[in-house]
Write a protein that binds this ligand. Structure first.
Ligand SMILES: Nc1ncnc2c1ncn2[C@@H]1O[C@H](COP(=O)(O)OP(=O)(O)O)[C@@H](O)[C@H]1O
Ligand SMILES: [Mg+2]
Length: 470
């Protein structure tokens, strides 16, 4: 759940609970107030009745009392009224049949659901009797409920207005408050993808602003470290290259060119083959490292010129022929004799093919086949490397050409197949840098085919002599 949703729900909850508490308190207070008001009214009415009774007794005018009692009956909510003298005899009653009856007789017939209010009547300073009024409980309750309903509707209206005002304000506040978090999340995502140049812009002078400053410091440090790392790798790779070529060259010489090569012991021949294989693998690896650093720094250069793509195909045999033999994989080439020239950087194209073939060798089991070829197609030159290896699943095809885009890593680790995931990334960057395109078709368990499409050289173009570029 998003923070702003949580915050909105929380403040909404707080508002609702507050309103509920306020409403309850208002309800209880209002109820007490109304009840005490009504009790006051009842007291005043019975005091009035008592005053009338006293007047009637002093003037000996019972009719006055009777008329007043009748009048009382006309006001709503009064059930009965009577005056009882000091001897306990009812003198006047709103119900005529109780005139001059005893209290016991009245109590026997008295209606229920009534709140009685009694007021003493004094004549000349001494108690003469009691004036009593019975108020209908139901009527009192009706009045109370009406008044409370009115109060509650006011409270509900107020609560609604408060919620309407507070909730959007709380949501807005939450959105404003979480903005820096969203910006930081985006920044972290970019760093996660390897972009250390990101700087987030959070200007708030609070903890989040602090965090943003630290974040920016961190990415700056990371960028510096990243650059140091790249420099280190490229200088190490550069220094590794010449010794590696020397190792490869001398091993090759000892194995195939030295006039005394027949004197090599058979077991030493095997060691030398392994040395050459390792040197070839290391050579591709070191060149990949150097290329990756150059591509990242935007310093990759391609000397595109008319060239014989068939030569790149044929170079493969020299580089990987022995390796393929050792792995019992057949490595064949298919180049038509009249292949037109392609537009590419010969050295870089050799490296592209070396990467593709070394992958095929890595992922093709013994008894498999690797075919490297070139052909003219629709005015373009296509260079391809096909194998009968383990193949690539459709969902992994899209991930191949990413930097460090190794797929099926767990499986490869288990089979002790090593790699960096740089090869195909460099292949794609290089091919596209030379104005070409790379495509791959593959079927899991059957094999893969990588095809590099290059522009054909204009007719009549000549291939410049080798060794023009370092
Ligand atoms: N010919 C192939 N057959 C099967 N899988 C391949 C082939 N070429 C490349 N892959 C897959 O693509 C991944 C990336 O290749 P690459 O970029 O050359 O890295 P690396 O060779 O260092 O693993 C490999 O790890 C492998 O899973
Ligand atoms: Mg590779």
């Amino acid at each position: 759940m998003k923070i702003r949703t949580k915050f909105g729900l929380f403040s909404g909850g707080v508002v609702m609970v507050t309103v509920a508490i306020l409403a309850t308190v208002a309800f209880i207070l209002q109820r007490r107030l109304i009840e005490s008001n009504m009790a006051d009214i009842r007291r005043v009415q019975s005091a009035g009745f008592a005053a009338v009774c006293r007047q009637a007794i002093t003037t000996d005018n019972e009719l006055f009392m009777i008329n007043f009692a009748k009048l009382l009956m006309e006001s709503p909510g009064i059930s009965y009224a009577y005056y009882v003298d000091g001897d306990g005899r009812i003198r006047v009653h709103t119900d005529k049949k109780y005139f001059y009856k005893t209290m016991d007789e009245w109590k026997a017939g008295r209606p229920g659901g009534v709140i009685e209010t009694a007021h003493p009547v004094q004549v000349g300073g001494s108690p003469a009797g009691t004036a009593v009024i019975g108020f209908t409980e139901e009527y009192a309750r009706g009045i109370l409920e009406q008044a409370l309903a009115r109060t509650m509707s006011h409270v509900a209206l107020t609560a609604g207005l408060v919620a309407l005002a507070v909730l959007p304000a709380a949501l807005l506040f939450a959105v404003v408050l979480t903005r820096p978090v969203r910006i930081l999340a985006k920044g972290s995502e970019a760093v996660g993808k390897g972009d250390f140049t990101v700087q987030v812009e959070v200007n708030s002078k609070d903890e989040l602003g602090d965090l943003a400053l630290r974040f920016n410091d961190m990415t700056r440090q990371l960028a510096i470290l990243d650059e140091l790392k790249d420099e280190f790798i490229s200088s190490v790779s550069h220094d590794l290259r010449s010794p590696m070529s020397a190792v490869k060259m001398y091993t090759q010489y000892m194995l195939f060119e030295d006039p005394d090569r027949d004197k090599i012991l058979p077991q030493h021949r095997g060691f030398l083959l392994t040395i050459m294989e390792s040197a070839t693998r290391l050579g591709v690896f070191v060149t990949n490292m150097l290329d990756a650093a150059k591509i990242k720094a935007g310093r990759a250069e391609y000397h595109v010129q008319p060239m014989d793509a068939g030569a790149s195909v044929k170079n493969v045999r020299g580089l990987f022929g022995i390796l393929a033999e050792k792995k019992s994989v057949t490595l064949t080439e298919e180049v038509p004799p009249d292949l037109p020239k392609a537009m590419a950087d010969p050295e870089r194209l050799d490296h592209v093919v070396a990467n593709l073939v070394s992958n095929s060798l890595k992922f093709t089991p013994a008894g498999g086949q690797i075919v490297v070829g070139a052909r003219a197609e629709n005015g373009k030159i296509v260079l391809w490397v096909g194998d009968t290896g383990k193949g690539i699943s459709p969902e992994n095809l899209g991930k191949l050409f990413r930097r460090f885009g190794q797929v099926d890593v767990a499986d490869q680790r288990a089979k002790r197949v090593t790699g960096t995931g740089l090869g195909l990334y460099i292949v794609k960057q290089t091919v596209e840098g030379m104005g070409g395109r790379i495509d791959v078709t593959s079927e899991l368990g059957k094999g893969s085919c990588f095809a590099v499409t290059l522009a054909a050289a204009p007719p009549g173009a000549t291939v410049p002599p080798a060794g023009l570029h370092d």
